[in-house]
Design a protein around this ligand. Structure first.
Ligand SMILES: [Zn+2]
Length: 268
């Protein structure tokens, strides 16, 4: 499916609760192509990606090392000879396993004919997360940092709410015309969407503080039940990660204290 003058989207066959209709792979360029987030190493998906690319796949870019975004990258590299580019992990934390062929840092660029992709370091959902900004279109490939139509899970220690919100505020400073997320539809009001996500997080944070000041010391589970009463219980486990991420941020800021010996959080 074409989503821009030189951008084609192929969706991997991994639909689910956290992946929506599946992880999107984006192909940028005509004669030389950059493939962003090849997703799962599924035979049919890789064949579709290879068939959809107009020209030779020269670069493989990875927004972050989560298992619904990364594995197909190295498989596609084997078949095309293209190198895998990404931020990569330090290997110091459990579950980290992404060692790219080429490490990208904030501001690094890939140059195609009449276009470029700039890496923007956006930790928060994952500590190795990059977004890629396509110019001249102003299309941002946002991976899991911003999703179309669903809330991003921030699960410490890989996820960090302070960094997540700072990364969103940084993205606001770029001139964006659209956002092509790793899951969900293209967002045509990028600055409105970023403002909406930031407002949602700030409101959530205020709700946590006011629950703690109304009710006294609380466990995360009780906070989730109070704050997410309109959310299906099946999602409460994921909500608990984000509440924990908010509490760590608030503790860093001196607003809350926790956990006490009984595992409860309270206002500072
Ligand atoms: Zn992810």
């Amino acid at each position: 499916m074409r989503v821009g003058a030189r951008v084609i989207r192929v969706t991997a066959p991994n639909p689910g609760l956290m992946t929506g209709s599946g992880t999107h792979t984006y192909l940028v360029g005509d004669d030389e192509v950059a493939a962003i987030d090849v997703g799962v190493a599924d035979e049919g998906h890789l064949s579709t990606v290879l068939a959809a690319a107009v020209g030779r796949i020269r670069w493989i870019l990875v927004t972050h090392g989560h298992s619904d975004h990364l594995p197909g990258a190295f498989e596609l590299a084997n078949r095309t000879g293209a190198l895998v580019h990404g931020y990569g992990s330090s290997g110091r934390f459990p579950g980290e396993r992404f060692i790219p062929h080429r490490r990208l840092r904030h501001g690094d660029k890939i140059h195609g004919r009449e276009w470029s992709l700039t890496a923007i370091y956006t930790p928060g959902h994952a500590r190795d997360h990059l977004c890629f900004l396509l110019k001249p279109e102003g299309m941002l490939f946002s991976g899991d940092h911003i999703m179309g139509g669903s809330t991003v899970v921030i699960a410490p220690p890989d996820g960090d709410m302070t960094q997540y919100m700072a990364s969103l505020e940084h993205l606001e400073t770029h001139e964006l015309h659209s956002i092509a997320p790793g899951h969900g539809e293209v967002i045509t009001d990028p600055h409105g969407e970023i403002a909406r996500v930031l407002a949602h997080r700030r409101a959530r944070e205020r709700a946590i503080v006011s629950a703690l000041s109304d009710c006294g010391p609380m466990h995360i589970k009780a906070l989730v039940q109070r704050l997410y009463s309109n959310t299906p219980v099946s999602l409460h486990e994921w909500a608990a990660h984000s509440v924990y991420a908010h509490l760590l941020k608030l503790r860093r800021e001196g607003v809350v204290r926790g956990r006490d010996r009984r595992g409860r959080w309270r206002c500072a």
